[in-house]
Design a protein around this ligand. Structure first.
Ligand SMILES: Nc1nc(=O)c2c([nH]1)NC[C@@H]1CN(c3ccc(C(=O)N[C@@H](CCC(=O)O)C(=O)O)cc3)CN21
Ligand SMILES: O=c1ccn([C@H]2C[C@H](O)[C@@H](COP(=O)(O)O)O2)c(=O)[nH]1
Length: 264
């Protein structure tokens, strides 16, 4: 995960200080790209221990089209608690836009099912896109989507995915976002009968919060371990049928966890 540490170091050294919505203050750089060849291993940060359980449950929750934190809470995941209302609702966030984007005719569009069907029937298509950024609804969301749009690409029997993330909390959010989309790419590849290719992460406002600088420094002082491997239950052929037990992470060696406050 040298790519991730390079981004962190680059923003520490060259970031411009900016005030931000949360009042915390950030060091920020505009636009950055990282590439991960999924054949090299699973891109989970090793310079601090990452809570893969939260990442898997969050992704399964998105894929079910769910936008209430009840499922997450039932599974001990608290990363969305700060943004939910008293009933646990977040508004029309990722799950809603992915699975039931409201169409003008009153119907809804299941973007995930559509993109799977397109990958299978027309893998050369240049339109293999899922967008969570819905300008008509961003104001109703607890938080407008950060991972806003992703595109798949098929060549030589391999499936690649590029994500555009408009806003990136490098210390807390980005390790989650990379692992989540890498996992999604492995899952989609498996159910479409393809090998995993690359995951490409493209960030817009890439920032280190001012109260994460010490944590970032500690992380930069650590030597990364080799990337672990992710094994999916090969029997699953329906993207929506994956459950938590279908994922096995092997060989994850990581430095101790580093705590940091989340900016709300
Ligand atoms: N400022 C900010 N950064 C984010 O990364 C972020 C938001 N807000 N708002 C919405 C979601 C929620 N996400 C979050 C929220 C909290 C953690 C967090 O506190 N992570 C800790 C604990 C992990 C756990 O409980 O599993 C960590 O050490 O990674 C991570 C991602 C990503 N997003
Ligand atoms: O998946 C996510 C979700 C959120 N973030 C971060 C990026 C920003 O620090 C905040 C969102 O604040 P905005 O003012 O809406 O940009 O959350 C992330 O990194 N990854």
């Amino acid at each position: 995960m040298k790519q991730y540490l390079d981004l962190m170091r680059h923003v520490r050294d060259h970031g411009t200080f900016k005030s931000d919505r949360t009042g915390t203050g950030t060091y920020s750089v505009f636009a950055h790209q990282m590439r991960f060849d999924l054949a090299d291993g699973f891109p989970l940060v090793t310079t601090k221990k990452c809570h893969l359980k939260s990442i898997i449950h969050e992704l399964l929750w998105f894929l079910q089209g769910d936008t209430n934190i009840a499922y997450l809470k039932d599974n001990g995941v608290s990363i969305w608690d700060d943004w939910a209302d008293e009933e646990g609702n977040l508004g029309p966030v990722y799950g809603y836009q992915w699975r039931s984007w409201p169409a003008p005719d009153g119907e809804s569009i299941d973007q995930i099912s559509k993109v799977l069907q397109m990958i299978r029937s027309n893998p050369d298509s240049r339109r293999l896109i899922v967008s969570a950024w819905n300008p008509a609804l961003v104001d109703e969301m607890a938080l407008p989507p950060c991972h806003a749009l992703f595109q798949f690409y098929v060549a030589d029997g391999k499936l690649s995915c590029q994500l555009y993330q408009r806003s990136a909390d490098i210390f807390l959010g980005v390790p989650f976002n990379i692992a989540s989309y890498a996992l999604l790419t492995l899952m989609v590849a498996q159910v479409c009968g393809l090998q995993p290719g690359e995951f490409i992460w493209t960030g817009g406002d890439c920032h280190l919060y001012a109260n994460h600088m010490e944590q970032a420094e500690l992380q930069l002082s650590r030597e990364p371990y080799p990337m672990p491997r992710m094994r999916l239950n090969p029997e699953v052929t329906d993207l929506f049928a994956f459950t938590f037990d279908d994922f096995t992470l092997e060989g994850y060696q990581a430095h101790p966890h580093i705590k940091a406050p989340v900016a709300v």
